[in-house]
Design a protein around this ligand. Structure first.
Ligand SMILES: Nc1nc2c(ncn2[C@@H]2O[C@H](COP(=O)(O)OP(=O)(O)O)[C@@H](O)[C@H]2O)c(=O)[nH]1
Ligand SMILES: [Mg+2]
Length: 411
């Protein structure tokens, strides 16, 4: 139970003292009468972010400031709400399928595991990852002697996080340092969301107090240059550009000079995404990287590959192609909000061994979020997590009740 409870407390918020008292009261009162089903339903669909815990009496001074712990709590609840919202389609799909499976196969057996494998593969989790995940589940079910599929829910979600984290080398963290010009190169095929992501990133870094500049390296179409300029205006950062058809490497050269001159912290470079043959793509990217690397040692510090989550297996093959031609340091997985098959994140991580650094959860400026496996599984299973925790709490309360009032067994 502890894993679901921890996720719920982290992303949905702990109950306040007042709510706890109410809950206790509620449980004492209602344990003797039958529980009204409507009431239970309502509880299981409680909205995400809850208000903060009341300050404790001995610290009850109102200086209008909140503690770091409180700040972090609020931030993780906001994050939970974002992932919950962005993964709505996937969550409906995952929860429904899993609940169906559990209803259909009540006991843990080989038929259940095979059906689970099929379900996960259909949700784009990726064949090898699914095999590994379900193998571990088999072992774990045996080890813990879990007989009912219902009791396997939590283990399934926990294993998803573990599978993701097994490669954890902190590589989700962006290679950005204070006191130098950081250069990020954004690559990917047309329409995956490169330019939009650049706008969102610029917004994020600017809000963190960084000086940001953009380079319009997609010189293939005039429209692409203008699109980036519009983002620049919207976010309030400079955009360095040349005319349509000019050499992207020349744009990089200009942009780096301007960035150095203006003391920019982060330069984000757009690139053309037209489908070329591999040799052309490699030449063009290598030329840009050479120009950047000559002007700033160790740059580009990040080469981010944008992939569109709604394209499923196609996104994986794009990633393989790009990985062949250049050193991709991270993935931005866009449009997760647009797919019911959010399992693609796991496939990318485990089959390509490239960290997912950001995910796109919608079209708003703040809909680009750093990827984190716990927020992700919370987004995928939030209702199930909250409902399971509540059911266990009710059961626990009933057990305590019975122990206290009717010590039948002792008679
Ligand atoms: N729903 C949703 N749409 C997105 C997201 N990221 C990008 N888009 C949309 O995808 C489309 C293509 O984006 P664009 O940045 O022009 O792609 P580019 O060709 O790779 O530069 C635009 O309509 C964006 O609004 C996302 O995370 N969620
Ligand atoms: Mg673009």
């Amino acid at each position: 139970m502890s894993f679901f409870k921890r996720l719920k407390d982290k992303f949905a918020g702990k109950p306040t003292e007042e709510e706890k008292e109410l809950q206790d009261l509620d449980q004492t009162e209602s344990s003797e009468e039958d529980k009204k089903p409507a009431e239970k339903e309502e509880k299981s669909t409680l909205p995400e972010a809850k208000p903060k815990e009341e300050p404790k009496d001995d610290f009850d001074f109102d200086d209008g400031l909140i503690s770091i712990e409180e700040f972090e709590e609020i931030e993780s609840q906001k994050l939970g709400a974002k992932f919950r919202q962005g993964l709505e389609k996937s969550r409906e799909n995952f929860q429904e399928q899993l609940n169906n499976l559990i209803a259909r196969y009540r006991t843990v057996d080989e038929d259940f595991f095979e059906a689970l494998e099929e379900m996960l593969i259909t949700a784009d989790v990726g064949f090898n990852t699914v095999m590994e995940l379900v193998d571990e589940l088999r072992t774990e079910a045996q080890r813990r002697n879990i007989k009912e599929t219902e009791d396997l829910k939590e283990v399934i979600v926990e294993k998803i996080v573990e599978i993701y984290q097994q490669e954890d080398d902190n590589s989700e963290v962006m290679n950005l340092e204070d006191g130098r010009l950081n250069v990020i190169l954004m690559v990917g095929v047309n329409g995956v969301g490169k330019t939009t992501t650049i706008g969102k990133l610029a917004h994020r870094y600017k809000a963190e107090g960084k000086k940001v500049m953009l380079a319009a390296g997609d010189t293939f179409r005039a429209g692409a240059i203008n699109q980036l300029k519009v983002w620049g205006e919207r976010v309030g950062v400079d955009v360095i550009s040349q005319s349509e058809g000019s050499d992207p490497a020349a744009v990089m050269y200009d942009a780096i000079n301007a960035a150095k001159h203006q003391g920019v912290d982060i330069l984000i470079c757009d690139t053309a995404g037209r489908l070329q043959n591999k040799a052309n793509l490699m030449n063009e990217l290598e030329k840009m990287k050479r120009v950047i690397g000559r002007a700033v040692p160790d740059a580009p510090h990040e080469v981010l590959l944008c992939l569109d989550a709604t394209t499923g297996q196609n996104a994986l093959s794009q990633a393989r192609n790009f990985k062949d031609v250049t050193n991709v340091t991270g993935i931005v997985l866009t449009k997760l909000d647009g797919t019911a098959k959010g399992g693609i994140v796991l496939a990318i991580r485990n089959e390509l061994h490239i960290p997912v650094k950001y995910v796109g959860l919608g079209e708003q400026l703040d809909d680009l979020q750093p990827f984190d496996p716990e927020s992700y599984v919370y987004g995928l299973f939030a209702d199930m997590i909250e409902q399971t925790v509540e059911e266990h709490q009710e059961e626990a309360a009933e057990t305590t009740e019975n122990d206290g009032d009717t010590p039948d067994e002792q008679k």
